[in-house]
Write a protein that binds this ligand. Structure first.
Ligand code: GRF
Length: 198
């Protein structure tokens, strides 16, 4: 019997991608269920979105590093995701590098959204990088998460035009509109594959 794909979402920011995922689920267009949302930022927008939709949301103190989590904290996150029986982990604006033990606990079960057409412009504020490079087109990419940052098999991408007079803000907003379409579509494809295997 078909059952919804169980998702766990990690995010640090406003949670617009998370909202887009949940709205598709609520509309019946995505056969998935968000079991848990975890944020490394207390009172982040993504935790507020979780509250709006009555989805369990948790703040996890990130520890003393700026760009990654301490291994014990990552272990705690693995435990929380496993207890919630998560099958696919979505990094939806999670501003830390994911390492072990998370990677080995969810092999090819973690996906990330990046605001450029990878492999172009990995790293932070990719829309600013595209603008500074004088590109005419950029976009967003969803990929599996591997040890190398913003690498990993690409699951889908969408192009976005760069318009004359674009500011970093206007360009990022246009990229995000595409992310909100791409991310649920990629999750739907993964859910389809899970169902075929079940
Ligand atoms: C997105 O632009 C995504 O590409 C990047 O972080 C941002 C998250 O935005 N990784 P939101 O919190 O989903 O609104």
């Amino acid at each position: 019997m078909k059952r919804p794909l169980r998702l766990g979402v990690l995010g640090s920011g406003k949670g617009s991608n998370f909202r887009a995922i949940v709205e598709k689920i609520v509309d019946g267009q995505l056969d998935a269920e968000v079991r848990i949302v975890i944020s490394d930022v207390d009172n982040s927008g993504i935790l507020k979105v979780a509250r709006d939709f009555k989805i369990p949301g948790l703040y996890v103190c990130p520890g003393r590093f700026r760009t990654r989590l301490e291994p014990e904290i990552e272990e705690n996150i693995v435990r929380l995701l496993q207890e919630a029986q998560v099958e696919l982990v979505i990094l939806a604006g999670f501003m830390r590098i994911v390492k072990q033990p998370l990677l080995s606990a969810f092999p090819r079960r973690i996906i990330n959204i990046h605001p450029s057409l990878l492999p172009k412009f990995p790293g932070l504020e990719a829309w600013k990088q595209a603008l500074a490079a004088g590109e005419r087109v950029t976009g967003c990419t969803v990929h599996y998460v591997e040890a190398a940052v913003d690498a990993g098999e690409i699951l889908g991408a969408k192009t976005v035009p760069i318009l004359l007079g674009d500011t970093p803000e206007s360009l990022h907003a246009r990229i995000q509109q595409s992310e909100h379409v791409l991310v649920p579509a990629v999750i739907a494809e993964i859910a389809e594959r899970f169902h075929r295997r079940a």
